[in-house]
Ligand binder design. Structure first.
Ligand SMILES: NC(=O)c1ccc[n+]([C@@H]2O[C@H](COP(=O)([O-])OP(=O)(O)OC[C@H]3O[C@@H](n4cnc5c(N)ncnc54)[C@H](O)[C@@H]3O)[C@@H](O)[C@H]2O)c1
Length: 288
């Protein structure tokens, strides 16, 4: 079993997560092909990945920038994945979109290739519905921002080949990240626990128990969480967490019901750092 990353890795969707995943494999020595939905998105994806790679080199990565950039291909056709041994899907968190994207990708892969999803919360069993080779399908849940996050949650469906789960652990280790293995279930381990904590924190703000800042401080100082649940929600995006909460509510019941405050903030466009306002104000933050 290889202790290195695969020679050629594909990433479907070069947004926030896909660009981070592409960067992680590039700096670990793989060639990487990112496939986007159109040329403008492909150009933006290249820009994002190249920026991350340049930061790594500037910070002392022992690699040649031109070689790393030459190892990156961006394309708009799934056919560009033809000789990849691993392709990771990172398109937005919508079941129908992912079902179509995964089936279209699998059709262009060699039989031995692994197809993975970076889904935060959709059960793999649902995502595998249209796949011809579900034994070759696995969850590789990277965290945001990928370069700064050392965790990868490996999600194993009933149909996933046991040898693939073991191979995935070696790939994650070769990226310099730490794998945890989780059985396929809504929200896996991390999203389910993280969103449960955030929803309770939002309910506490809603009912005036304490301010967002004080609730975060309680968890940061009292429980040694590096970042409180409301700051984390601002980083992830309230819209993203609302979508996950709705899926968890459907699976586990009303303990995951999104609070009205969360719905109101999303409706007002207060999505967190990316819109300049969430539980905190980032309007003066150039790095939002
Ligand atoms: N943002 C996070 O904090 C986070 C963390 C972990 C996992 N995730 C998961 O990662 C996935 C991607 O999230 P993101 O935040 O990177 O989203 P994003 O919106 O930043 O990026 C999605 C990208 O997919 C592209 N895309 C859309 N449809 C496509 C298609 N049919 N073919 C190819 N590309 C297509 C878009 O152009 C965009 O660049 C989701 O499943 C999300 O749940 C997100």
């Amino acid at each position: 079993m290889s202790a290195t990353t695969p020679a050629h890795v594909g990433v479907l969707g070069g947004g926030r997560m896909g660009a981070g995943i592409a960067h992680a494999f590039l700096i670990s020595g793989s060639r990487v092909t990112v496939v986007e939905r159109d040329q403008a998105s492909a150009d933006s994806a290249r820009e994002r990945v190249e920026k991350n790679v340049a930061v790594s080199v500037a910070r002392g990565l022992d690699a040649d920038l031109a070689t790393l950039n030459a190892n990156l291909t961006v394309a708009t056709e799934h056919a560009a994945f033809a000789d990849c041994s691993l392709v990771i899907e990172a398109v937005p968190e919508h079941l129908t979109l992912k079902l179509e994207a995964l089936a279209a990708t699998e059709a262009h892969l060699v039989d031995s290739a692994t197809l993975a999803s970076n889904t935060s919360s959709i059960p793999l069993a649902q995502l595998a519905a249209r796949l011809a080779r579900p034994a070759q399908f696995i969850g590789l849940h990277f965290f945001n921002p990928v370069p700064a996050s050392s965790l990868v949650e490996i999600v194993i469906a009933d149909a996933t080949a046991p040898a693939l789960a073991e191979q995935a652990r070696t790939w994650v280790a070769a990226l310099g990240k730490t794998p945890i293995t989780v059985k396929d279930s809504p929200g896996f381990a991390s999203s389910r626990l993280g969103v449960a904590l955030a929803l309770e924190a939002i309910r506490m703000v809603e009912s005036g128990v304490a301010s967002a800042a004080d609730i975060d401080t309680a968890m940061e100082l009292g429980y040694r969480h590096p970042t409180g649940p409301l700051k984390t929600t601002d980083i992830v995006g309230l819209d993203v967490r609302l979508g996950i909460a709705e899926q968890l509510q459907a699976a586990f019941g009303d303990s995951f019901a999104p609070p009205q405050l969360m719905r109101d903030m999303v409706a007002r466009g207060e999505l967190g750092r990316k819109t300049g306002k969430g539980f905190y104000d980032y309007s003066d933050d150039a790095a939002k």
